[in-house]
Design a protein around this ligand. Sequence first.
Ligand code: FE2
Length: 309
Amino acid sequence: MSQINDMAEMPVQHPRTPRSAAEARGRYFNSGNAFNIKLPPVPRKIFTDEPARALAKEATGFIECDLSGVLQCPFPATTPLMLARYAVVKAGEHLDCTFNATASIWYVIEGKGRVEAGADGADIGKGDVFLLPGGVPAAIEAQEPCVLWAVGNDPQLAFDASLPGTAQGAAVAFVHYPADEIEHQLSVVYGADANAATSGHALIFSAEKTEAARNITPTMTLSLNTLKPGSAQPPHKHNSAAITLVVAGAPAYSMVADEKCDWSPWATLLTPPAARHSHHNDGPTRADFLIVQDGGFYYHARTMGFEFY
Ligand SMILES: [Fe+2]
């Protein structure tokens, strides 16, 4: 057997003669081999097949934007900590939306129906946003065929093998943000002047339980960003990953790490952590895009790393 001289090349070390099952579970690495795991980077990506399949409304169910293979995650994931998916509910049918996530953030692309979340619920329609807490049974029932988009932190919980809090101790409650209220709240934002420290006119969604942190859930943020015709959001970067739903805007595009990503209706754009990016509206009408980030996680850890270029 050849001698290994470089500690970085050494295999895992096991206990010599464990005296118990607990001792036998110990493993040892060293300062050379413990930190040289090369994880595949989060790619830049625009999902267009998934929305096309969802909008075909062939069957009730989920269409995940799953990059677990690329990311080498043993569970479905769009980014290491978040999973985006489209949901289809055919008229008269229902879809179970009980996820192992702290919460999931939803947007109604089209249709009409009702969402139930434990003892709570609401009638929902096009343009509505709602927040579903994890850990309580939830379902959507469609009166008219529904297509929805949802992002949850399921991968965060899967990574840690954890479960959402109980109803009493839950980090989030069911919240409904109706489309007309969103438009009104955005008009209030448009009524105020933007300054150099803000990046365009955006409506940030928060909730009673997370108001102090100005987030929608402890680890996720939700923003409806808008760009006036012929305007652009300046290049910037942050350590949070961003999952963006294209709501309106044509022609519009994003630059992500110097690569142009053309928007198409209801596409999902993945912006990798720390990638330089900017959003551009070349069209004659307002561009709207809904952005979910794992930003709460980075704010809390004091590692957001936001910078304009
Ligand atoms: Fe950004």
